[in-house]
Design a protein around this ligand. Structure first.
Ligand SMILES: *[C@@H]1O[C@H](CO)[C@@H](O)[C@H](O)[C@H]1NC(C)=O
Ligand SMILES: *[C@@H]1O[C@H](CO)[C@@H](O)[C@H](O)[C@H]1NC(C)=O
Ligand SMILES: *[C@@H]1O[C@H](CO)[C@@H](O)[C@H](O)[C@H]1NC(C)=O
Ligand SMILES: *[C@@H]1O[C@H](CO)[C@@H](O)[C@H](O)[C@H]1NC(C)=O
Ligand SMILES: *[C@@H]1O[C@H](CO)[C@@H](O)[C@H](O)[C@H]1NC(C)=O
Ligand SMILES: *[C@@H]1O[C@H](CO)[C@@H](O)[C@H](O)[C@H]1NC(C)=O
Ligand SMILES: *[C@@H]1O[C@H](CO)[C@@H](O)[C@H](O)[C@H]1NC(C)=O
Ligand SMILES: [Ca+2]
Ligand SMILES: [Ca+2]
Length: 559
């Protein structure tokens, strides 16, 4: 029923009423379907959108909005519709169905409408209400779900990513972000969205779910949108806010857990190993180092990681935990990353710093116990016995000598242990205890090995149990004092001009006992002495002669 059409005939209905009263005084309303929830009822001044079939009392149809393919839109109670409808539609709610029987004086009177409606016709309208709105309407919002913690809410100029289901007021879906498998992304209050959405999103926090009801003049108005949004349609959006940031945002660091002792904080150029869980603002996990069982390792502040992470890793302590919120312009930007990071996504990282070091770091030694008497200290070539624990800086124990039957034994300065541990074991006296921190370039390096992760900083707890002064590599015996002038004569104790093994052995043992010389520690002295003897007995007749005896003069120690 066209508005103009209705208006034109109104005048005649009024005239008719006076002269020829109809058996029906007023409209008869049959509310044959009323929805359970009826949040709003039609009132005078409201705009309505409805479908109708108009028929005569014998059931013959004279008009139908359905057949015309679009619902009727009009304003109620202002004489723009036939009076019968103006009255019959009052109090109706969306999705309600009514049969309104209109006597002729409230419809087209004694004139009727051309060949369509005969004079004095009683009309039966079957109505279903699709939409109500009023020019006074505002955007309505209802929160369905809200996270407990809500630090930040949408303001103008924010960029939001949200999911939505859009329906008309009668429940007909017209669009949904879920169909496209991606959020709808836009700046708020910048004219990218319909006005009602710009308004309806304000104050929302990530994770909140809202219903936003928008009257047509703040949505698509007269024009409607495509085939799915008819002209003058109120829109109802169920919105779930997934993500929120402002292009002016910097990274945000919070939820810090800093260890009590923090000797130094990371700086540009440090190499760091950390664990992380990466989630979006809605809590969805997109990546985690824990799933790979290995830390993420990188240099800090050198552009090897996204700008926000480079910033987030500065100034951390070893063992620190922190949460970092990285806006997309400091993350993966508008392009996102592969299938994992959508465009313009805010990233939240929970970080746990395992260790960091600088390639210029040296071994760090902290003496935890020093015996009162500490005259004799370790140096290269010494044979030592020690206990140790070796752990990562997060406390993970890698190795310990406690599980061995006897203490660990080694010769210092002989490449027997990693360089950093060798350094850490030097200048130590018996009974001393230390904590030694060894950077990876003085330990197992970038690749790690035998249970040690790549680039790991190691913490050694050491205790020196015993030390025996040693001899340089390749030597069996060294003189600790100037060697005797007449060495062969000293050796040839019975002065018969020759020195058999027994005489040689007795001589060496006397030198050792008197502190004049030292045998290589850690081996059977007799075996070493025999070895030394064989070296001198050039003709292998079992005796050394004065001619055979040579002394490495330049080092004044080897026999
Ligand atoms: C009008 O008639 C059509 C076709 O018979 C029917 O589907 C519809 O429910 C009727 N009522 C309204 C209000 O459109
Ligand atoms: C959306 O994702 C689901 C599951 O991931 C997939 O089955 C579907 O084909 C996707 N739809 C579109 C339109 O990409
Ligand atoms: C949209 O509808 C789908 C399917 O009914 C539902 O799973 C989803 O939660 C709805 N989203 C919102 C924001 O209401
Ligand atoms: C990580 O370690 C756990 C337990 O040690 C193991 O069950 C899991 O398979 C490992 N995952 C990977 C990716 O190596
Ligand atoms: C990452 O998530 C795992 C599993 O939920 C948890 O055990 C771990 O503590 C989390 N790490 C950080 C740094 O939050
Ligand atoms: C160790 O040195 C102290 C002085 O520092 C001295 O009194 C002590 O006698 C020395 N002990 C030995 C065994 O040489
Ligand atoms: C190694 O750790 C155990 C357990 O904490 C401790 O008892 C032991 O003294 C440590 N060893 C060293 C050399 O510090
Ligand atoms: Ca002799
Ligand atoms: Ca000989």
């Amino acid at each position: 029923m066209e508005e103009k059409f209705a208006l034109f005939f109104l005048f005649f209905t009024e005239v008719y009423v006076g002269c020829n009263p109809s058996p029906l005084e007023d409209v008869v309303i049959d509310r044959y379907y009323v929805p359970r929830v009826c949040p709003r009822e039609v009132q005078t001044g409201d705009f309505v959108r409805y479908h109708y079939n108009g028929s005569f009392t014998d059931g013959k149809k004279f008009d139908s909005s359905l057949e015309r393919g679009r619902p009727f839109v009009g304003q109620v109670g202002l004489g723009r519709l036939i009076t019968g409808i103006d009255r019959g539609i009052q109090g109706m709610c969306v999705n309600e169905r009514r049969k309104v029987t209109v006597p002729p004086h409230l419809a087209y009177g004694s004139l009727g409408v051309g060949s369509v409606i005969p004079p004095d016709a009683v009309l039966v309208y079957d109505l279903v209400l699709l939409d109500i709105w009023n020019t006074e309407d505002k955007v309505q919002t209802f929160t369905l779900k809200k996270p407990q913690a809500c630090k930040r809410t949408v303001v103008n100029t924010d960029f939001v990513r949200y999911h939505y289901n859009g329906t008309l007021l009668d429940g007909t879906p017209f669009d949904s972000s879920y169909k496209k498998n991606q959020t709808y992304d836009a700046y708020v209050g910048q004219g990218e969205l319909i006005k009602g959405m710009d308004e309806g999103l304000l104050g929302m926090c990530v994770g909140e779910m809202r219903t936003i009801i928008i009257p047509p003049f703040l949505a698509y108005g007269e024009a409607g949108y495509g085939t799915d949004v008819p002209p003058q349609a109120s829109l109802m959006f169920d919105v779930l806010l997934v993500d929120l940031f402002n292009p002016k945002d910097d990274i945000v660091v919070d939820n810090q857990e800093v260890p009590v002792s923090c000797a130094r904080k990371s700086v540009v150029g440090d190499f760091i190993r950390y664990h992380y869980n990466g989630t979006f603002q809605d809590g969805t996990l997109f990546d985690s180092s824990y799933l790979r069982n290995e830390t993420y390792n990188t240099y800090i502040g050198m552009g090897y990681v996204i700008a926000g992470m480079d910033k987030a890793l500065l100034g951390v302590c070893i063992g620190e935990k922190r949460r970092v919120t990285i806006p997309p312009q400091l993350g993966y930007g508008e392009h996102g990353s592969g299938d994992i990071i959508p465009s313009s996504a805010v990233l939240i990282f929970h970080i746990h710093v395992i260790d960091f070091h600088n390639p210029t770091d040296q071994v760090e030694i902290k003496v935890t116990h020093k015996p009162e008497e500490c005259n004799l200290t370790t140096e290269a070539n010494d044979l030592i016995k020690y206990r140790y624990n070796c752990s990562l800086l997060d406390g993970t124990l890698l190795f310990t000598s406690d599980t061995l039957d006897k203490p660990q034994e080694t010769v210092l300065g002989a490449n027997r242990v990693i360089e950093g541990l060798d350094t850490g074991l030097q200048d130590m006296c018996k009974g001393e205890r230390r904590q030694v921190i060894v950077p990876p370039h003085l330990a197992h390096g970038e690749n790690g090995g035998s249970g040690v992760p790549g680039s790991a900083v190691l913490l050694f707890e050491l205790e020196l149990l015993d030390l025996q002064k040693g001899v340089p590599e390749g030597y069996n015996f060294v003189w600790l004092q100037d060697l005797p002038e007449q060495i062969f004569q000293s050796m040839d104790m019975n002065s018969d001009g020759e020195v058999p093994l027994e005489e040689f052995s007795a001589f060496i043992k006397i030198q050792v006992a008197e502190g004049k010389g030292r045998l290589r520690p850690g081996q059977d002295p007799d075996v070493i002495i025999k070895d030394m003897f064989t070296n001198q007995d050039q003709n292998t007749d079992g005796k050394i002669t004065a001619e055979e005896l040579t002394v490495k003069a330049e080092t004044h120690d080897e026999l």
